[in-house]
Write a protein that binds this ligand. Structure first.
Ligand code: ADP
Ligand code: TRP
Length: 321
């Protein structure tokens, strides 16, 4: 089980850090993926914009290979039971646990409003996960703490009301911990340093050309380890190719312009099939809504027994006979 917040258009950091695993994990697993529009409400306050982003992320999922026959794909707000569970979990969640959240502190440091929604973000995330009794939650490194919080909340619930909730494991891809952005910081929609796999080719070229490099002349040796151009290029190269590129950097004679051209060519080739598929999907808006409706139906069906057990354990709702 995993989700992505539709607060913007997805970038290659989201793909390599998260969505790629979603696709790989479909096989041999009973997977569910969702568009976290309720979480996005913390940041996006324009209804038209939020719908467009949510639709966009769902299309990205499908274009990149989430198979709705194989996995459940749904919109978070179409599973309202998760919000009910959030409240029940909130009643056993210590404030201190949330006050220690890196994501909350980081958001405040960047000037976010300290709304209850922002503070309670991990509780809804816990509900998203626990409502499916998920075993594995594939997320990027920055989301690991949220999985730990989810486990802590589940333990509190189980201690208070009895063993109902299953503790999930995070699943972090170690070898692409963090994808750097064009400015060398973590690629993030918040920093405007993204490379967007579904941008029109011209825009994509612009983004790639914005990758910041040092001023080492073409003929001089360069350090691949401190170069974000190298790091980004490596996402599209196998180990053998990476070794060769390391040598070309160290030898000198390789210009950063050439590396950027290669990044563009490789990104277009790598995402070519997904780009074509997305264009096709965009022409059929009804198909997307059908997929999401069916996904929500399956998610609600799957959540129903757990919710019944939770209500029973907590003593709310219609009692079991
Ligand atoms: P952003 O930082 O752009 O706001 P999100 O926080 O919405 O991205 O992240 C969505 C998913 O993509 C999460 O699982 C996150 O860990 C992953 N992710 C985001 N940025 C990166 C990155 N630069 N490198 C690796 N994974 C990332
Ligand atoms: N917090 C995640 C992010 O920012 C999105 C998310 C919400 C999520 N609920 C989740 C991820 C449940 C995994 C499981 O990327």
């Amino acid at each position: 089980l995993s989700g992505v917040k539709p607060t913007s258009v997805l970038h290659i950091g989201n793909y390599f850090g998260a969505i790629r695993q979603f696709i790989a994990l479909q096989e041999g697993n009973d997977a569910a993926y969702f568009v976290a529009d309720l979480h996005a409400l913390n940041q996006v306050r324009d209804a038209v914009e939020l719908r467009a982003f949510a639709r966009g992320v769902a299309l990205d999922f499908l274009a990149l290979g989430v198979d709705p026959e194989e996995s459940i794909l749904y919109r978070q707000s179409d599973l309202p039971e998760a919000v009910e569970l959030e409240w029940i979990l909130a009643t056993v969640t210590p404030m201190g646990l949330l006050q220690r959240s890196h994501a909350y502190k980081a958001a405040l440091a960047e000037g976010a409003r300290p709304d209850l929604g922002l503070f309670a973000y991990p509780v809804l995330m816990a509900a998203d996960i626990l409502i499916h009794s998920a075993d594995l939650v594939p997320v990027g490194q920055d989301q690991k703490q949220h999985i730990e919080v989810t486990r802590d909340i589940a333990v509190k619930f189980n201690e208070t009301h009895g063993e109902v909730l299953k503790l999930p494991e995070p699943y972090v891809l170690q070898y692409v911990a963090i994808v750097p952005g064009t400015d060398g910081r973590k690629m993030s929609k918040a920093y405007n340093n993204g490379i967007h796999m579904f941008a029109p080719e011209k825009a994509l070229r612009k983004e790639v050309m914005r990758i910041v490099t040092d001023s080492t002349p073409v003929e001089s040796p360069k350090d691949p380890d401190s170069s974000n151009a190298f790091a980004i290029w490596s996402l599209f190269a196998n180990e053998e190719e990476q070794r060769e590129m390391v040598e070309r950097f160290r030898k000198g004679g390789l210009g950063y312009g050439e590396v950027k051209q290669e990044i563009l060519a490789r990104a277009l080739a790598y995402f070519g099939p997904a780009r074509a598929r997305r264009e096709e999907l965009e022409r059929d808006p009804d198909y997307l809504e059908d997929v999401l409706r069916e996904g929500a139906r399956r998610a609600r069906e799957r959540a129903a027994p757990l919710m019944e057990a939770v209500r029973e354990a907590a003593g709310v709702g219609v009692p079991r006979k």
